[in-house]
Design a binder for this molecule. Structure first.
Ligand SMILES: Nc1ncnc2c1ncn2[C@@H]1O[C@H](COP(=O)(O)OP(=O)(O)OP(=O)(O)O)[C@@H](O)[C@H]1O
Ligand SMILES: [Mg+2]
Length: 259
């Protein structure tokens, strides 16, 4: 039987402030994600994108609604979902290599395999030579690349990425986009990826989900049918430009509503 990989069912989130005031972050969000989907999420600041990702990760509980993964209800965090956060979240007392190996070690993966996977991804994210450095000895972008390597090394069923490349310089960002895309092209892993960069959203995705202004809901989904493998030249093609114009218009309408 075919069922969606990830099912977000009527998920709603209301935050309560210290004086009892309420912020509705998410309106009921209903969204189905198929195995092999690479979904990018665009939307105005404060519309609830991080909130939704945290709920899928099991780090936050919806006020109403449910999330199901592979036919099981999400009740908390798990190794089946790998998260890269908007800000740096490495363990400060562990080195780059130890951070990357941590989850693998927890799952009882052999030392040889831990080492092989961490070496592979350290190389891929361009951090060779920094294996034994602690996060405080790294730049912000290097910390974020370590967090990305950690998530990829864990090989989760679903990758949840919250503006993972936001802190990177443009050249590194393009390299990381190509790295993630090549991994996705080989593994067709399910990815939910939040970004503010429209080019990035279109380049990576097979579907772009556009959020409304807060309280957020998924307003539109734009399919992106460009064939794989894709490379950076796609970004300058007329078809890409046309799709970008369409997505930009959708976002602009929402951003104006938000202000
Ligand atoms: N822990 C919290 N307590 C109270 N309010 C919160 C909390 N987390 C988020 N919010 C509120 O929920 C709304 C959505 O926040 P969220 O971080 O999900 O937005 P976002 O779409 O990720 O924004 P950005 O693009 O700026 O990262 C905001 O109004 C925010 O103030
Ligand atoms: Mg956010």
């Amino acid at each position: 039987m075919h069922y969606p990989k990830l099912s977000i069912r009527q998920v709603e989130r209301v935050f309560r402030g210290p004086n009892g005031e309420q912020t509705q972050a998410l309106l009921p969000v209903d969204y189905q994600v198929n195995e092999n989907d690479f979904i990018t999420i665009l939307g105005p600041s404060g519309c609830g994108k991080s909130t939704l990702l945290r709920i899928v990760a099991g780090l936050d509980t919806p006020t109403k609604g449910e999330v199901w993964l592979d036919g099981e209800r999400v009740e908390g965090p798990g190794a089946d979902r790998g998260m890269v956060f908007q800000s740096y979240t490495l363990f400060p007392w562990l080195t780059v290599e130890q951070n990357i190996r941590f989850g693998l070690q927890e799952r009882g993966i052999s030392k040889a395999e831990q080492k092989a996977r961490s070496d592979y991804f350290i190389h891929k994210v361009g951090l060779r030579g920094f294996e034994q450095h602690f996060p405080r000895q790294l730049s912000g972008g290097m910390q974020q690349r370590t967090a990305i390597a950690r998530a990829l090394a864990n090989d989760p069923k679903v990758l949840l990425m919250d503006e993972p490349f936001g802190a990177l310089d443009n050249q590194t960002r393009v390299m990381m986009q190509e790295l993630l895309l090549s991994i996705w092209e080989a593994s067709r892993k399910t990815v939910l990826f939040v970004t503010h960069d429209i080019d990035e959203a279109i380049f990576m995705a097979n579907k772009v989900a556009i959020f409304s202004a807060r309280p957020g809901r998924i307003k539109t989904e734009v399919p992106v049918d460009f064939p794989h493998p894709r490379d950076y030249r796609l970004k300058t093609s007329p078809e890409f430009m046309a799709l970008k114009a369409r997505v930009t218009e959708e976002i602009r309408a929402e951003t104006m509503l938000a202000h």
